[in-house]
Every structure is written in C-alpha cells, then in structure tokens.
Design a protein around this ligand. Structure first.
Ligand code: KIV
Length: 292
C-alpha cells in the first residue's frame, strides 16, 4: 500500500474545520496547523495533507506576484486567489487576508470588504493586522457574523512604520503593549491571533493569558499553533528565507532542473518521443495523401 494511502483516507473522512475546532484544539492542548495557499493545486495538496487552516495570505504579493512587500496587493487580487483556493480545499478552515487599505479607512469599508471574502471569495473567515487601533473594525466585522483572526507583532503592512521587516516586542514596554493588544483583540471578538516575529517567551505568555488560540510564525513553540508561508516551506521563493522558516523541500532548484531537462530534451530531439505522440490510422493517412 502507498505511504500516502492513510493520509488520503483520513482526508476523505475528515470533518470541516471551524473556528470552534480551533478553540477545542487549544482547550485540549492539540497544536493547530496553518499554511498559506494562493491557487487550486496547492490548496488541494495542503488540504489533503490534513491541514487545519489555509490562509490566503497577502504574502501573495511577494511570493507569487513578485512585489517588494505586501502593500500593492488589492481586494481584487485577494478575491481572485481566494476563489481558486476555495475550489481546491474541502475541509480546512479558509481564511482570507484583508489587504492594505481594505479595512483601515472606515469601519463600514472594513465590514464591506470582509463580507466580500465570504460572499464572493469562498472564505470562512478573514484576517487583519493591528492591535488597539483595529478594535472598532473587528467588533463591527464580528458583529456582522464574520470570524476574524488578528495579527500582532511584525505586521508586514506596516513595514514602513516599523522601519523594516524586524522582530517586535523585544523591550519590556513593547512586550507589555503587545500583551495589551492581544487582550483587546480577544475582547473585540477575534477567534484567534497570529503572532509574527516576537520573542518566544512573550508569545508563550500571551498564549497562556488569552483563551483564544495563538498561531505563531517566528514566535517559538509556546504558541497554540504554527503557520508558515508555503512557498518558504517548499523552497519555492528564492529571494530570501526568514530565519524562522524550516525548509521541507527545494522546489525552486527542482523546478529549474526540470525546465533545463525539458530544454535539453527538445534541443536534442529526445522529446516528444513515440509515447507522447498522437497516431493516425494508415488508411486515413493514405486517404489524406490521395485527396490532397
Ligand atoms: O500573508 C501571510 O502569509 C501572513 C502569514 C505570514 C501569517 O500573514
């Protein structure tokens, strides 16, 4: 039997993951898993592997669209990729990342744009970045029945305000502020919070203090779950790899090797071979030659 068989069988019998599952997993001390996906085949593979949640992250802008940061990503970009992911995933909780300027201008716009992720994007929940300054928007979005995941610490949409992609909460004052923000997000109705690039012991303390699950990225083992950007995990994104990433494959070099093999095969006429070729019956061929 293939080693994939148990994974595929369990994928067929798995129940849809909900925000309630997140809470239950935290209560039972079971780690929550989350990965990003931006397209149909990746969503399918991640879902079949048994992931709890798929984030259609605005990291899309960097790892798929080639921007320097996440700021140019639009609602249209996010909805386009969300729909592809929703077609590929069956059981994971699907979370759409609200892009820069889709929730900052007014609470009304934040609710409208969050709603678009569920109504037109096939998502189950949304994620947005920020602490105390986002409480009103989070209250209004959750008030509309839309689950919200918060995101604290290194919040990439504030890269210019933070002075670069740098770890956060490293001083006692900054750590206290982060803890306060986590409590405020919980109180505002978030079902979970991503903690990005914060000291491990601070993330662990926050995870113990709040009742909703924390999902860490570069925040140590004390979080209730872990998320990585799939293109980092697969070694698909070659521009840089953050220190906190564990690479499980080297797909960029594997892709380059496959492309180079194709080029060589075509240039040396090894491809296409007989088995890649469409045949025509002799009598039809003879007839063609006759009528031409
Ligand atoms: O956009 C993204 O992929 C994210 C994760 C890093 C959490 O926000």
């Amino acid at each position: 039997m293939s080693t994939l068989a148990p994974i595929i069988t369990s994928a067929l019998t798995r129940k849809k993951v909900t925000t309630l599952t997140f809470r239950q997993k935290k209560e039972q001390g079971e780690p929550i898993t989350m990965l990003t996906a931006y397209d149909y085949p990746t969503a399918m593979a991640v879902d079949k592997a048994g992931i709890d949640a798929i984030l259609v992250g605005d990291s899309l802008g960097m790892v798929v669209l080639g921007y320097e940061n996440t700021l140019p990503v639009t609602m249209e970009d996010m909805l386009h990729h969300s729909r592809a992911v929703a077609r590929g995933a069956k059981t994971a909780l699907l979370i759409g990342d609200m892009p820069f300027m889709s929730y900052q201008i007014s609470v009304e716009e934040a609710v409208r744009n969050a709603g678009r992720f569920l109504q037109g994007g096939g998502m189950d929940a949304v994620k947005l970045e920020g602490g105390r300054e986002r409480v009103d928007a989070i209250r209004a979005i959750t008030g509309a029945g839309i689950p919200v995941m918060g995101h604290l610490g290194l919040t990439p949409q504030s890269v210019h305000q933070l002075g670069g992609f740098r770890a956060q909460g490293k001083t006692a004052i900054a750590a206290k502020r982060l803890m306060e923000d986590a409590l405020l997000l919980e109180e505002a109705g978030c079902f979970s919070i991503v903690l990005e690039s914060v000291p491990a012991r601070l993330a662990e303390l926050i995870s113990k203090k709040i009742s909703i699950p924390t999902i860490g990225i570069g925040a140590g083992a004390g979080c209730d779950g872990q998320v990585l950007v799939t293109h980092d995990l697969l070694g698909l994104f070659d521009r840089f790899t953050p220190k906190f990433v564990k690479k499980y494959a080297s797909f960029h070099s594997e892709m380059q090797r496959a492309f180079a093999d194709f080029i060589e095969d075509v240039e040396t006429k090894r491809f296409p071979a007989q088995e890649h070729t469409v045949e025509m019956k002799d009598d039809e061929w003879e007839e063609l030659l006759r009528i031409m």
